[in-house]
Design a protein around this ligand. Structure first.
Ligand SMILES: [Zn+2]
Length: 181
């Protein structure tokens, strides 16, 4: 259904589809997809069963391709021809939104990792933090990634293990003692 010019101009610049494409590819950073696979992944399925649907789908594909192209131009995605097909991948830039105005800042100025205290299992929560700069509101930080990592056993854990071993050794019957069969 056509929409009024006013509505068109007031509309957000396809942010939803952009966000969907980016989150789909960012969640699968280690893989590259064809544009059709991305479409299928987002369930914008291309259907070619009837001429009418086929015609509509071609338009959808063209729209979709335009979105992808736009994202490549903005440096958010990268493309490469492999074995005669074009593949798309997340560009590896992690954007963040300014907490004050919501403006999107594409590249962090700096990123670093921090790890919390280990829990009883020796697991630590590792955070990757990014420092961004909003042109209006200055620097802000965002957690980019949370990951549980296994840390080397601490001295406390080692001592505990040794104590358990000693206890087990104590329980063992001494050689020469009578043992039930
Ligand atoms: Zn801002």
């Amino acid at each position: 259904m056509p929409i009024a010019k006013q509505e068109f101009e007031n509309g957000k610049v396809h942010s939803t589809l952009e966000d969907e494409i980016l989150s789909f590819l960012n969640e699968r950073k280690d893989r590259a997809f064809t544009s059709q696979e991305v479409m299928e992944g987002l369930s914008y399925n291309a259907e070619f069963s009837t001429p009418e649907i086929s015609k509509m789908s071609s338009f959808t594909i063209a729209d979709f391709t335009t979105f992808l192209h736009h994202l490549v131009e903005k440096g958010r995605l990268k493309t490469k021809i492999v074995r005669g097909r074009m593949y798309i991948m997340a560009a590896g830039e992690i954007s963040a939104r300014c907490p004050k105005c919501g403006a999107e800042v594409i590249r962090p100025e700096k990123t670093w990792k921090m790890a919390g205290r280990p829990n009883k299992k020796g697991e630590r929560l590792q955070l990757q933090i990014g420092l961004y700069r909003c042109p209006k509101h200055g620097a802000f930080r965002t957690v980019l990634e949370k990951q549980k990592i296994q840390s080397a056993p601490t001295n406390r854990v080692k001592r505990k293990k040794r104590a358990v071993k000693r206890k087990a050794a104590k329980k063992k019957p001494k050689s020469g003692a009578w043992v039930p069969i």
